[in-house]
Ligand binder design. Structure first.
Ligand SMILES: Cc1cc2nc3c(=O)[nH]c(=O)nc-3n(C[C@H](O)[C@H](O)[C@H](O)COP(=O)(O)OP(=O)(O)OC[C@H]3O[C@@H](n4cnc5c(N)ncnc54)[C@H](O)[C@@H]3O)c2cc1C
Length: 417
């Protein structure tokens, strides 16, 4: 086997995905620069009390954290394999700690593995492009904060880790143009006080919708959660004196009324959209090879490598509804080893066929395009499993691999009986 390649790699972003990508690239012998547009490590976990001037949009604030946020996964599932979060605490020992605890953990991780030294802060990447159509040379152009001119450097590979929970996606509400109330997206929600004595309609059915509803119910007059999930029926939430659950909004009226599809209605003064975010990679120039269509970044083999540009361009952290830290670590190990040549990818045609098959499965299951990176439970298991499988073959010794294979064979044959 030829010596592993040691490449010069640019990582865009110093959030969870950028940090773990850099760690794994470095461990594999690659030389890494992390470009980070802010002056801090941690990405979304750096709480920012500021909000945008337009409460429905994103302009300058990266983080979408609210002040009261506690993790929705236990700390045991929010760490990296050789630097467990559950072994550490920074003042908040709860299993589901507040957000400052995660930020402290990430800083600790970066310090422990010398990652902070790799970060070029205040450097917003504005262009990533293959040099002259070659796939092994990538130009990265960045602009320093306050800088007039941009700078650029050529790298052997680029790993995109810019996050995707910053740019609001909004619900379409019939009649909203004439509705007189105020609207805000959860990206711009920080604290409950501005909702004091208000009647608020919260749109959404995810963790943020329920978290924020509970948060504002401490000061608001009434909170009405609207979900398009057909299983949701009009009801009052138990244990909450002022929270109701409704179906999707049918219409918003000029007199302030919000009518729901289940026939109920309320006079509301604020609509809070907890309706998710848009994937955006504005700096990536690929002549249409990688596109974003209704939150589908693609085509990407296993949500990581664009077949036509692999392996020198890759993405970490796109899947949602997963155990995020573990998934990012496995994706990063995979990228680092593919770049060094210790692991091979399938051919471009095979990767493309795999992507097409995935899209066809989605169509057959009637899953909308915008859920491309939401892994179903079985997909999540198989995604993590295929990444784990690769890892297993790389790092464990031969005997272990053999016994693992034997175990699998027994499992499969049992399954096929
Ligand atoms: C309200 C909320 C609660 C959450 N709770 C949990 C939880 O409990 N557990 C969990 O595991 N996950 C949770 N998440 C998911 C969270 O998104 C991930 O944990 C993680 O922060 C994603 O990391 P990332 O590195 O992909 O993106 P980010 O954290 O967004 O980091 C991206 C980084 O890239 C930088 N960047 C972007 N563009 C550029 C550019 N052009 N040039 C240079 N730098 C750039 C940004 O400044 C940022 O530092 C939550 C998310 C939200 C919104």
């Amino acid at each position: 086997m030829a010596d592993p390649l040691q490449l010069k790699v640019a990582v865009v972003g110093a959030g969870v995905s950028g940090l773990i990508a850099a760690r794994e690239l470095q461990r594999e012998g690659h030389r890494v620069i992390i470009f980070e547009k802010s002056d801090k490590i941690g990405g979304l976990w750096v709480y920012d009390p500021r909000t945008e001037s337009d409460p429905l949009s994103h302009e300058m604030v990266h983080s979408s954290l609210y002040f009261s946020l506690r993790t929705n996964l236990p700390r045991a599932l929010m760490g990296f394999s050789d630097f467990a979060f559950s072994d550490r605490e920074y003042g908040d020992p709860r299993d589901f700690p507040g957000h400052p605890e995660v930020a402290a953990y990430l800083n600790d991780f970066a310090t422990r593995f010398g990652l902070a030294e790799l970060v070029q802060f205040n450097s917003e990447v504005v262009r990533v492009e293959a040099v002259g159509g070659r796939l092994d040379e990538w130009v990265v152009e960045w602009r320093s904060e306050g800088g007039v001119n941009s700078e650029e450097q050529v790298f052997d590979a680029v790993v995109v880790c810019n996050g995707h929970i910053t740019v609001p996606r909004l619900a379409h509400i019939p009649g909203i143009e004439k509705w007189p109330g105020k609207q805000i997206h959860s990206h711009n929600y920080r604290v409950p006080e501005p909702f004091k004595d208000q009647v608020v309609v919260v749109i959404g059915n995810g963790a943020s919708a329920y978290d924020i509803s509970r948060d504002i119910s401490t000061v608001a007059k009434e909170v009405h959660i609207s979900s398009r999930d057909p299983a949701v029926k009009y009801s009052k939430l138990p244990h909450h004196p002022n929270i109701w659950q409704h179906s999707a909004i049918y219409t918003a009226e000029e007199d302030g009324t919000i009518e729901f599809q289940d026939g109920s209605s309320v006079q509301a003064s604020i609509i809070l959209h907890c309706t998710g975010y848009k994937y955006e990679v504005p700096f990536l120039k690929t002549n249409g090879i990688v596109t974003i269509d209704d939150n589908r970044v693609g085509p990407l083999y296993k949500h990581v490598f664009p077949p036509q540009l692999a392996p020198r361009l890759s993405f970490v952290g796109l899947p949602q509804k997963v155990i995020i830290f573990n998934m990012m670590e496995l994706q990063s190990k995979w990228i680092a080893r593919v770049l060094s040549g210790r692991v091979c990818l399938p051919s471009e045609e095979e990767m493309m066929a795999d992507v097409k098959e995935y899209y066809q499965e989605m169509t057959a299951l009637k899953r909308p395009t915008h859920l491309t990176h939401y892994l179903l439970n079985c997909e999540e298991v198989s995604h993590l499993f295929s990444l784990l499988f690769l890892f297993f073959f790389l790092v464990l010794n031969y005997d272990l691999r053999l016994s693992y294979l034997k175990q699998q064979q027994t499992h499969l044959s049992l399954h096929n009986v």
